[in-house]
Design a protein around this ligand. Structure first.
Ligand code: ADP
Ligand code: MG
Length: 726
């Protein structure tokens, strides 16, 4: 192994578990201590202010400047008592990740001293000079004003010595420049539409809440090895690397014993999460070597998403303490599983009913079926758009790669729920679903289906959108994604569907039909219409691709073309009807998507070019020179010595290096052509169709060289080192 590689491997081996001081107290004592939550509010705000703030948080009543000043004073005092000396508006720009600009609480008082300044005005609204955040042309640079405004439904928290205030980020002209704004709008849309539908069944429902429980997958690699892999460092994935002889084929990593160094990292991470109020619950090894998962208990969608964003940032910091780097890329390594972020999603009422869980009475079950069918129908109508919500340059490596959800969005319901819907579709009367006295779900003509069984619906790991007994699990979301994007599309589509459902049912009732019968009739039609989205088979199979095409589902795989779905008339109209995103906002966002796609591929192309020319070709040539020297000497000595196999090896090295150089030159030329294109969509398409297409062929030759070039010379840490040293 090369000297540098040797030193890095040595360093990795010497990295031991960093001992984490076990927090003395129990989680109940430190949970949420870094959050300005209800408890802190009660202590730092007077009763009237506290109650008014609660009202704002729960019912959205506007805050008067006077209350805001009082809240700011209490919040600042709490923050300073907890070691903060700076504050920031914390927001989620379209670049992905989170943004923050720290300001000190202390300000000069004009008399040579300093004064602690943090008024209601700065709590509520700020104008960060944010002209360089992507905005898809909404803000021209001369009108670079963007506002960040407090989202009181997500509590402020402290990271390090900074008070972070969750905010939305909008343009001067009111358009959303972030993920949070449309997420909040979509949450309001579902709440309104779902509450109205609930009133068919229960007049006491005042609010419908959506819940999100994300499961975050990630890889860890040793930091010293990471530092000498420019591809990992700059693109988050390995652009080359021959598969390790052993990878995940023994299936010995999944749920296996977690290595000591990793346990130490996880314990540290969980401690930080709990202090920040993130209710982390499970941790385990994932399928691939060095792949892990962390999941909290589900929460209200907006807060859950903030928590996921927060987790992704602190993960990185904590990993470094343990000499690890976290890889959130969807496909860091070829040949082994990639990482996703399963979004478990459900709707619940303020009366405590999960609308996606079978109930106990006939009415509750009709309500359950109503919501279930509306979700399925929404997913059917907007399956292409849902795919657009989770598509990216990085996630496209994972989708359809025979291990993650396929590039076709379909729903899996399990045999029992499917049978219920089939029965309903075929039945002539609305009395098909009944419960007997023992609380057993019974359908005329179908055998008993205990509620217990329904809770344990069979799993289908190949489905992108699976019903799992009391929620849907959107499994196609990428590990580095902001969950909000998938949630915005899902919420909006479901809100729109419920609104249409409501007017269809109302029309029948007005025409004199009984309410239950009207609901049945509309559901029956919806079940029939949305049938093509239901698929319980193997989502990875070639037959499914063919079948899905026949069914008219969106089978596009090219990321830049998938983004087009945001601008389909059906999408634009739906977002407008629900008041979630305007056409201008949608255009701006797709513009950003194309631009981001191009940049990612551009960076990968550059890194690949650099690595081939600076690392791979020189080393292969050096090894070739050694062989040539040997062959020359053999020919000089003669005496029956045979150099045939060495000559063969030289020829192979020559072929690979020649191909690498030729392909790299061609790729650079293709980039030059693509770079001249002005239109962002066309440019992204050019990068997809003419630049990215070189990556795999170049890689193939490099990986062959890795197999034949002397290991002592090979400069980059190999897969076996990256994946098995921990
Ligand atoms: P899995 O078998 O998929 O690993 P888990 O039991 O670990 O399932 O749960 C995965 C996530 O789903 C967790 O975050 C959990 O809190 C969440 N979850 C459970 N019930 C619901 C629900 N009704 N709505 C939304 N999320 C839920
Ligand atoms: Mg799951």
């Amino acid at each position: 192994m090369s000297l540098l590689r040797f030193k890095m491997v040595e360093a990795a081996i010497n990295h031991r578990a960093v001992e984490v001081k076990a927090p003395a107290s129990s989680p109940t004592e430190y949970f949420g201590t870094k959050v300005f939550g209800k408890e802190a509010m009660r202590r730092y705000l007077n009763k009237t202010i506290y109650e008014q703030l609660l009202d704002t948080m729960q019912r959205g009543t506007p805050l008067t400047p006077d209350i805001a000043d009082n809240v700011a004073a209490g919040m600042r005092q709490w923050a300073m008592d907890n070691g903060a000396d700076h504050y920031t508006h914390w927001f989620q720009p379209l670049t992905g990740g989170t943004a923050e600009k720290h300001d000190a609480f202390a300000e000069p008082d004009g008399c040579g001293g300093v004064l602690d300044q943090f008024s209601g005005k700065v709590l509520i609204q700020q104008e960060p000079d944010a002209s360089s955040f992507p905005n898809g042309g909404i803000r021209n640079t001369f009108e670079a004003r963007g506002y960040s405004a407090w989202d009181p439904t997500s509590p402020a928290f402290i990271v390090g010595s900074t008070l972070c205030i969750p905010t939305v980020f909008i343009a001067y002209t009111g358009e959303a420049l972030d993920y949070k704004t449309p997420l909040l709008r979509s949450i309001a849309a579902v709440d309104k539409a779902a509450t109205e539908v609930c009133h068919y069944f229960d007049k006491d429902v005042n609010r419908v809440i959506q819940y999100l429980g994300w499961e975050q997958e990630y890889f860890l690699v040793d930091e010293s090895l990471w530092a000498v892999r420019p591809d990992l460092m700059l693109t988050g994935r390995t652009l080359m690397g021959h598969e390790s002889a052993k990878n995940q084929q023994l299936e010995d990593h999944y749920f296996g014993a977690i290595p000591a160094r990793v346990i130490a990292f996880m314990a540290d991470l969980e401690y930080e999460c709990l202090k920040l109020g993130i209710p982390v619950k499970t941790r385990h090894n994932e399928v691939a070597p060095n792949q892990f998962e962390l999941a909290p208990v589900y929460e209200e969608c907006n807060l859950a998403n903030d928590h996921n964003q927060l987790l992704m940032t602190i993960m990185d910091k904590i990993a470094r303490r343990h000499n690890f780097r976290v890889l959130l890329h969807e496909k860091p390594f070829k040949g082994i599983n990639g990482s996703g972020k399963h979004n478990n999603w459900s709707l619940g009422t303020d009366t405590g009913v999960n609308l996606l869980s079978p109930g106990k009475t006939a009415s509750e079950n009709l309500q359950f079926i109503t919501f279930l069918v509306n979700v399925i129908s929404a997913v059917y109508k907007h399956n292409g758009l849902l795919k657009a919500a989770i598509m990216s340059a990085t996630n496209s490596h994972r989708l359809g790669a025979n291990e993650a959800p396929p590039v076709i969005i379909s729903t899996f319901l399990g045999t029992q729920v499917s049978a219920v819907l089939d029965k309903l579709e075929a039945s002539q009367s609305d009395s098909a679903i009944r419960f007997n006295a023992k609380n057993v779900f019974k359908m005329s003509g179908i055998s008993h289906i205990p509620t217990l069984l329904l809770d344990n619906t069979d799993r289908n790991r190949t489905s992108a959108f699976a019903f799992t007994g009391n929620r849907f699990e959107f499994r196609a979301v990428g590990s580095s994604d902001n969950c909000a994007e998938a949630m915005i599309v899902l919420n909006t589509a479901v809100a729109d569907e419920l609104t249409q459902f409501r007017s269809r049912v109302d029309a029948k009732i007005e025409a004199g039909m009984r309410k239950e019968k009207a609901i049945y009739e509309v559901l029956k039609a919806m079940i029939h219409e949305s049938r093509p989205i239901r698929f319980d088979g193997n989502g990875y199979s070639e037959e499914w691709r063919e079948e899905a095409t026949r069914r008219g589902l969106d089978c596009e795989t090219s990321a830049p073309l998938v983004f087009d779905r945001y601008l389909d008339p059906s999408s634009v109209e739906m977002f407008a009807r629900m008041g979630v995103l305007s056409k201008v906002e949608l255009e701006a966002r797709t513009e950003v998507k194309w631009e981001t796609y191009t940049k990612k591929i551009q960076i990968e192309g550059r890194v690949l070019g650099d690595l081939t020319m600076n690392h791979i070709v020189p080393i292969a040539s050096r090894y070739e020179a050694l062989l040539l020297d040997k062959v020359y000497k053999i020919s000089q000595i003669g005496k029956g010595l045979d150099a045939t196999s060495d000559i063969d090896l030289i020829k192979r090295i020559q072929r690979h290096t020649e191909d690498i150089q030729r392909l790299t030159t061609e790729m650079i030329e293709a980039r030059k052509v693509a770079n001249k294109i002005e239109d962002q969509r066309e440019k992204a398409l050019a990068y997809h169709d003419t630049v990215a297409t070189y990556f795999d062929p170049i890689r193939k030759h490099i990986d062959r060289l890795e197999e034949i070039v002397d290991d002592q010379m090979w400069p980059l840490p190999k897969y076996r080192e990256l994946l098995f040293l921990r």
